[in-house]
Each structure stands twice: as structure tokens, then as C-alpha cells.
Design a protein around this ligand. Sequence first.
Ligand code: HEC
Ligand code: HEC
Length: 286
Amino acid sequence: MPASVAALAPDNTLSFPFNQRWAMMFWSAVFNPDTRFTPDASKSPEWNRGAYLAEALAHCGECHTPRNLAFALDNRKKFAGAITAGWRAFNISSDKATGLGNWRDEDLISYLSLGHAPGHGSASGPMGEAVDRSFSQFAPEDIRAIVVYLRSVPPQPSPDLPATTAPAAPASHRDGVTADARGKKVFASACASCHGWSGESPVSPMATLTGTWAVNDPAATNVAQIVLSGTRRYTPDGALSMPAFGNAYTDDEIAAVANYVTARFGTKGSKLTAKDVAELREQTAE
Ligand code: HEC
Ligand code: HEC
């Protein structure tokens, strides 16, 4: 690195011992061998292209692979899903129930290049950013190569997710769950106009909640996150956004609306508390 660039590097504000950068060499020696991507001659050129794109360039595993205690990627559970920046990056192994095993090729292609797949929902948070800034610019044959590679990643089940996602809820708010009345009140005033009472959006298919893991995840992580921070996506049809409600509602109200959403549109519902929401706020603020 030229001296002028080194001089620009911001001061390290971490506390001891984490400010000792040289100590990283031990971690790197164990977990980050300095090797280049090596093609596997027993696989097709398309598979190798997909593996190179997914592993060396797009870093799908940085968000979708769980980490071990030393915070290194645990590749025995490759793509089994993980929490990143407070969002849950769901299982993208070939598991049929909770991974991508049952996704059609065209759905995966659409999700990666447009950030939306009918019946599976839209990419929000860090995945929305990855699609808008990066994957949407990939050539169609590169997206197909990634899909070929994803298909070959061994299945890893997510035991905490239900076996299937829930169907659409009734069209009228009078039918279906009558869970938390406060959650319902927030949903009626802040959410129903875009997401509808059935979960199938009257505004845009991108905002349909039916079939997404976000509303079927009993931890409700991504539901609370998107309510806190909103989302802004750039699609071929223009910008699409959901406002952030983090300043408009208390942690208690956000927990209540998240629990209402998972009960109405998901399989199992959730039991988020105000404390959980406060912790998620911390993680996003970092
Ligand atoms: C910066 C972190 C990040 C990176 C990098 C990333 N993802 Fe994601 N991904 C996420 C998050 C978070 C979600 C959940 C989005 C949501 O709920 O709206 C997600 C969702 C998905 C889904 C939908 C899963 C489902 O069952 O709903 C697929 C498919 C996916 N990612 C594939 C990929 C692939 C393939 C790559 C690499 C080419 C990749 N992702 C890279 C964070 C990431
Ligand atoms: C102005 C319209 C609008 C309003 C109001 C709105 N949303 Fe959204 N919401 C969207 C759009 C658009 C998306 C899809 C975003 C994307 O592609 O990333 C979305 C996505 C979501 C998701 C899916 C997140 C994921 O990870 O897949 C959830 C859950 C959600 N909204 C819940 C809510 C709740 C709860 C409220 C009320 C507190 C609300 N929304 C209010 C437009 C809206």
C-alpha cells in the first residue's frame, strides 16, 4: 500500500486487545488461507463459473453461512442461514423444505436479478442492497451459473423454521387471527394500505408478504428489522419503498405489530418482546 493511502486509513477506535491489528495474522493463518479460487476439473465450466462468482466475488457465504465461535465461516454448514447485521439471511442450501430445493430455476433467477420471486417475496435489507448494487448488474448467463452452483450445495435443514410457509390470510380484517389488539391497531393504521389484510399487496407484487420466510420465521427478526429501518429498492419500474417506523413507534408497539404480522400471515406466529426490539435496534445502529 503506498504511504499516502496508509496515511488516510481512519484511526482504529477499538479497545485493547481488538486494536492490535497484528494479532489478526494468527486468525488469518487458521481461518483465511491466502489461496486463490481453484477450479474443480470434475465439474462443468458453468458450475465452476458459478462457484467462482458465488464464493470469490459475490460472497454469498459471508451472510448466508453460520460462523463458529471464532467468528469464522463454518463451511460444514455452508449456506445454512445466519444472522448478519441484525437481519436473518435465510437458508440457501438445496434443502427442500427450508432451503432452495423447491424453488424453480426461474424463481431463483428472478430473485437474484430483480430482488423478487413470485410466491417467495422480495429481497429487503442487506439482500435488497446486494441485488440493487451488484447482482442486478450480472449478465444473465452468470446468474444461471450461480443457480447451477447453488443447486449443488448439500441440503442443510433449518430446524427452527416450519416445513411450509402459510397460505394467504382472509381478505377481511374481521376474519383470521384476532391476536394482539394493539398490533392489529398499528397494522391497520401503518401497514394495511400497502400489504392488505390478506398479505397479498394491493399496491405491488413486490410488497406481497404471503410465502416469505420473514413472516413465517418464529423469531420475526426481519419483520422487526424492516419496520425499524424501512427499505428502498430500485427496480426496473422505478423506486419502491417502505417507510422506516423506528422513530414513530415504541419498542413495545413494534413488537406487537411484528407478532400480529407473523400470526396473521405466517405458520407459527412469534413472541417478540420490547427488549428483543431494543436489541435489534442496537444491531442495526452498529
Ligand atoms: C450482505 C448480506 C448478503 C449477501 C452478500 C447475500 N445475501 Fe442473500 N439474503 C440476505 C438476507 C438478509 C436475506 C433475507 C432478505 C429478506 O428477508 O428480505 C437474503 C435472502 C436471500 C434469498 C431468499 C431466501 C428465501 O428463502 O427467502 C436468496 C435466494 C438469496 N438471499 C441468495 C443469495 C445469493 C445466491 C447470494 C450470493 C450471490 C447472496 N444471497 C448474498 C443477505 C445476503
Ligand atoms: C408505502 C407502502 C408500505 C407500507 C406503509 C409498509 N410497507 Fe412493508 N413493504 C413495502 C414494500 C414495497 C416491501 C418490499 C420491499 C422490498 O422489495 O425490499 C415491503 C416489505 C415488507 C416485509 C417483508 C420483509 C422481508 O424481509 O421480506 C414486511 C414483513 C413488511 N413489509 C411489514 C410491514 C409492516 C409491519 C408495516 C407497518 C408497520 C409495513 N410493512 C408498512 C411497502 C410498505
